[in-house]
Design a protein around this ligand. Structure first.
Ligand code: FAD
Length: 394
């Protein structure tokens, strides 16, 4: 078997690249370990920046999103028993889009496989990369139906298999630097079958720990609760979750949260990593395979899409016009944005977690940062720019 490009992983990054290639009539094969039903139902992110939505729209990938996504224009910080609305759209003219990741993945799979006729294999096992530092790389995998090994020869491999994938391991240790940071904090990530309790995202900074409220749809709301890293989700009964959420998100004059059945409950250890460069020979990493940002600043899916636009366009330019300029600049262009988001994530982590650190000095500086957002138009503007994502010009 031979395809110009093999894409490993059918997440937002891999499927976007596949769609860009198919629109330019470049053949590619997408390999995915899970089933189609599974990836179309896996809930994760939900917040999309305008730049990401424009990038999808420009490539014909945003019709459903534009018809169904919610537009958010403000968020609310709750601390010291008070609520503070942050009206970012009024300030900047830019807003956020809320569209659950599984709906975006469903749209992208349908467009790639059913409309643009792209090749995709679900349920593959033991994906291995070979000779990626030569001009004739290949990828092998075990076929789920026959149990036999298949080898696919190609010109390029796009490693889009997320944080737990295998493609990152193909970069030799002496050719790539992996920088890591660990916040030493856990977040209990929850999905509740409950309508949102506010029309916007809420951030609760409380001495008992951070709490977040993120509307996902009219029926489902994502919540986060700061917890010890590695905590067992079973320690968090339905009662304990709602008691903590009610306390941490409480503010003067607001009614209690609307409670509901918890349909997802898992602990995320807050950590980040960045792989530099994101390229080794004919292997190009994109999205979480190359860099992880803890969901603190809601940047992961946006960065994955940004990489995918650059890599998809770069592969098309190389394979259809022989122009390798974009591929040559790919890693550096992605990493500038990645480090910008990493820095913002660190800044925001201190805002979320300083109050509950047990250190009165950190609690004091955190409250100063928060007050500054509402006292200083310059500080508000700087925050809004990072929060909404700097214009990526896709
Ligand atoms: P993934 O979505 O992880 O896709 C990788 C794909 O590769 C998967 O389908 C996987 O099954 C497959 N795969 C894995 N290993 C292999 C293999 N060996 N071979 C073949 N296929 C393989 N980001 C935001 O921007 N905003 C948010 O609000 C936000 N909230 C989040 C909330 C939670 C609870 C979590 C966990 C994440 C959140 N993120 C958020 C991050 C976001 O979900 C990720 O950054 C995004 O999914 C990255 O896309 P990707 O395509 O790089 O990787």
């Amino acid at each position: 078997q031979r395809f110009p490009v093999v894409v490993v992983g059918a997440g937002p990054a891999g499927l976007t690249i596949g769609n860009i290639l198919r629109a330019a009539s470049v053949d590619c094969l997408v390999l995915e370990v899970e089933t189609r039903e599974f990836i179309e139902r896996r809930p994760r992110a939900g917040v999309l920046e305008e730049g990401a939505v424009r990038g999808l729209q420009r490539r014909g990938l945003a019709d459903n999103l534009l018809a169904r996504a919610q537009r958010h224009t403000e968020c609310e910080f709750r601390f010291a028993g008070e609520r503070y609305r942050f009206e970012y759209a009024k300030l900047t003219g830019v807003h956020h889009w809320v569209y659950p990741q599984q709906l975006l993945v469903t749209d992208l799979v349908r467009e790639y496989a059913d409309v643009r006729g792209g090749a995709i294999r679900f349920g593959v096992r033991d994906v291995e990369l070979h000779d990626v530092d030569t001009d004739h790389p290949s990828v092998s995998y075990t076929c789920p139906e026959t149990g036999q090994r298949q080898v696919v020869h190609c010109d390029f491999v796009a490693g889009c298999d997320g944080a737990r994938g295998v493609t990152r391991d193909a970069l030799p240790a002496d050719r790539a630097r992996v920088s890591r940071s660990d916040y030493g904090i856990g977040w209990l990530a929850l999905l509740a079958e409950a309508p949102p309790s506010s029309d916007c995202v809420l951030f609760g900074m409380h001495p008992r720990g951070f709490a977040g409220h993120m509307p996902r749809s009219a029926e489902v709301t994502r919540y986060y609760l700061e917890c010890p890293p590695g905590d067992d989700p079973e320690n968090w009964s339905q009662d304990r979750v709602w008691t903590e959420l009610q306390q941490r998100l409480q503010a003067d004059g607001v009614p209690p949260l609307t409670e509901g059945r918890l349909i997802e409950k898992r602990v995320l250890d807050m950590h980040n990593y960045v792989v530099e460069p994101m390229v080794f020979g004919r292997l190009f990493l994109a999205g979480d395979a190359a860099h992880l940002t803890a969901p603190i600043a809601a940047k992961g899916m946006n960065l994955a899409l940004h990489d995918a636009f650059l890599l998809g366009d770069g592969l098309v330019a190389h394979l259809s016009k022989g122009d390798g300029t974009a591929l040559d600049g790919y890693s550096a262009a992605c990493l500038n944005r990645v480090w910008d988001c990493q820095e913002f994530s660190h800044w925001l982590s201190e805002v979320y977690h300083g109050t509950s650190s047990g250190d009165p000095y950190r609690a004091g500086t955190t409250l100063a940062r928060l007050r500054r957002l509402f006292d200083s138009p310059t500080a508000a503007m700087a925050f809004a720019e990072q929060y909404l994502g700097r214009n990526a010009g896709h």
